[in-house]
Ligand binder design. Structure first.
Ligand code: COA
Length: 273
């Protein structure tokens, strides 16, 4: 795990991160812990949360896991309360929990579409809403994990495109409503990230899917999880103290080429499945 940042940017701060049992959010949790933050990991799967927290403790950080589904506002609020009893008021809250599957809209039920809207968009609202009364507002930061699908209409991703676009408007609106409370609210929009559950789902055809996916990215590679974690760290640190209501894209230039190569690959993967 490497970082361009010096240690202790977040000394003594309490960061709550949803969906941090694996993938990008887990790496963000690890990175923040190494910068001195106390980490609360919230996710649906209690064992995954506990295991991720134990890994951070093994590295010398402070962390604990709290099980809750971001779709269930009351259970999520209870998990936030428990986390704050353990580590104090919230300085940083990252809404990272997400769901995805590859399907054409014509093959989706209303419940299938709603499930991703519920996890991603409603889950982000529930997360930030649960954090609000518990924030140490003098320096609080909210960060949503969006994706390039928010601005790149992508075949077989209608549910995700809609959910992520909604998240970004939510973030921009909260950045207006909650700034007077001392809260900054931003989002990151990654493209493909290596070694994540999302990419396993989005490149199901193995090497040939990857080759086609990478051909649609000017830098010809996916992001490393560390690169996403460093961006999250920057936005949640004092180094970004005047950045509010912004969505930072981190995609190696993918969105400048457009989504057609990505969408075509996903449609082909559905046909060959
Ligand atoms: N194509 C079409 N519909 C699908 C589908 C697919 N590939 N996968 C799931 N669905 C539908 C289900 O059929 C169901 O609809 P129905 O009730 O009309 O049959 C609906 O989506 C909900 O599925 P279910 O499995 O009950 O939801 P869940 O809450 O258990 O799981 C998911 C949520 C579907 C998003 C699941 O993929 C998940 O848990 N993902 C979390 C991890 C993840 O996606 N990580 C990557 C983040 S980028």
């Amino acid at each position: 795990m490497s970082s361009v940042f010096r240690a202790n940017l977040l000394a003594g701060q309490h960061a709550i991160i949803t969906g941090a049992g694996s993938g990008i959010n887990k790496r963000i949790a690890e990175r923040f812990a190494m910068q001195g933050a106390r980490i609360s990991i919230i996710g649906r799967n209690a064992d995954k949360c506990a295991a991720a927290a134990a890994e951070i403790r093994a590295l010398g950080g402070e962390a604990d896991g709290f099980a809750a589904d971001v779709r269930e506002a009351d259970a999520l609020a209870a998990a936030f309360e428990a986390a704050c009893e353990r580590f104090g008021p919230v300085d940083i809250c990252i809404a990272g929990a997400a769901g995805n599957f590859v399907a054409e809209a014509a093959a989706m039920s209303a419940n299938a579409f709603r499930t991703v809207i519920d996890i991603d968009l409603i889950g982000t609202f529930n997360t930030f809403r649960a954090a609000l009364p518990l924030l140490r507002t003098a320096r609080a930061n909210l960060l949503a994990v969006s994706a390039v699908q928010s601005s790149m209409p992508t075949a077989a991703q209608a549910h995700v495109c809609a959910a992520k676009a909604g998240i970004e408007m939510l973030v921009r609106t909260l950045s207006i409503e909650w700034a007077a409370r001392g809260v900054r609210c931003n989002a990151i929009a990654p493209g493909p990230v290596a070694d994540t559950e999302g990419m396993k789902r989005l490149a199901p055809g193995g090497d040939s899917s990857w080759t086609r996916l990478l051909a649609g990215i000017p830098m010809r590679r996916a992001a490393e999880r560390d690169e996403i974690a460093d961006l999250a760290l920057f936005l949640c640190s004092g180094a970004a103290s005047y950045i509010n209501g912004t969505v930072v894209t981190i995609d190696g230039g993918q969105s400048n080429l457009g989504s057609q190569p990505f969408g075509d690959m996903l449609l082909d993967s559905l046909q060959s499945a």
